[in-house]
Design a protein around this ligand. Structure first.
Ligand SMILES: [Zn+2]
Length: 339
């Protein structure tokens, strides 16, 4: 589609992440265990770290691959720090479940936590926003007791989905109290309800926090038709979220994340990059046909999804739960920020 070149856009080759940088989040013991597993040495200690599970299998290149993928996110953070880019996108990033000594949920090395650390160390106020359908636990807990990185995660209700964390009452501790925000959403959440929560919760907090830079984890598994989760969004939500972020006029480091309906995920990321990189002023997007509501997510042409019909029953199940979440977050977190 010509989206990687053109005025002001370029494709940059990633550089493998340096071990010294990886150690800013992961333990040396974990990195060594990961490297050993990649060479065929796997034991109970590795399994205790989540290496060799169904979600995080052992495979050849299991060290080199995440190091390169993470290197791409770190390359993006360097471009942003040097001022040579104001937006950057690493589709092969967003490994938000990895912990300091833990592989989990298809994630071995946490690029987004590392990017936040690197940006914060450079003196930036970082706002991490995560719209993957799963709780961004690895990043949220990395900064749970700190206030130099605010984390906001929108995800499916943890009572119904991996990793089972990310409740409204998890708001950080100590200095970090009020700087971890979780917005759990009920099964069946549709565009209008989602954006209602985003505008009621995320926008005021972003404005109050006034970040220097955004790190944006755009897992596309909250889309309707994803085989692993049960939200009911169209990719128009991502356009709206990105347009909101752009109004802050601050650099945005965007990564991919989950997304298991591959066709829908590819279109969502293409659309997101189109909007983020300012290439959406032409007509190639294929805007949704006004008023057309469909039950299916089958591709109809263009990058944008068509609007999805919302049944009365779905509305009556989703709306009260979303409102309750909004009120809970507002009550717990807003006063800390003078809101
Ligand atoms: Zn996910």
């Amino acid at each position: 589609m010509g989206l990687l070149t053109g005025s002001g856009r370029s494709e940059v080759a990633p550089v493998p992440a340096e071990r010294v940088v990886l150690k800013k989040f992961h333990s040396a013991r974990y990195l060594q265990t990961l490297r050993n597993a990649a060479r065929g040495h796997w034991d109970n200690e590795a399994l205790d770290m989540g290496i060799g599970t169904l979600d995080c299998p052992v495979f050849a290149g299991m060290y080199d691959y995440p190091v390169l993928a993470v290197g791409a996110t770190l390359t993006a953070s360097k471009l942003i720090l040097s001022g040579s880019a104001d937006v950057a996108f690493n589709p092969s990033g967003g490994f938000h479940h990895a912990g300091p000594e833990r592989a989990a949920g298809f994630c071995y090395i946490n690029d987004v936590a590392l990017a936040c650390i690197v940006l914060a160390e450079a003196g930036k106020r970082v706002l991490y926003i995560d719209v993957d359908v799963h709780h961004g636990d690895g990043v949220a807990y990395a900064f749970y007791d700190r206030n130099g990185v605010m984390t906001i995660s929108f995800h499916q209700d943890p009572r119904t989905l991996f990793p089972g964390t990310g409740f409204e009452h998890e708001i950080g501790t100590g200095k970090g109290k009020g700087y971890c925000i979780n917005v759990p959403l009920p099964v069946g959440t549709y565009d209008q309800a989602y954006m209602g929560a985003f505008e009621a919760v995320a926008l005021p907090l972003m404005t109050a926090y006034n970040p220097d830079v955004f790190v944006f984890e755009l897992g596309a598994d909250a889309l309707a038709g994803d085989p692993l989760a049960y939200l009911h969004l169209t990719n128009n939500v991502y356009v709206d979220v990105i347009n909101h972020l752009l109004t802050f006029d601050k650099p945005i480091l965007m990564t991919g994340g989950g997304g298991y309906n591959l066709d829908n995920t590819v279109r969502a990321w293409s659309l997101a990059w189109t909007v983020l990189s300012g290439a959406d002023s032409n007509h190639a997007l294929g805007h949704p046909v006004g008023g057309v509501m469909l039950e299916s997510t089958d591709w109809q042409g263009g990058l944008r999804d068509r609007a999805l019909a919302v049944s009365k029953q779905q509305r009556s199940m989703v709306e009260p739960a979303v409102q309750a979440t909004i009120q809970a977050v507002k009550a717990k977190v807003f006063p800390i920020h003078g809101l």
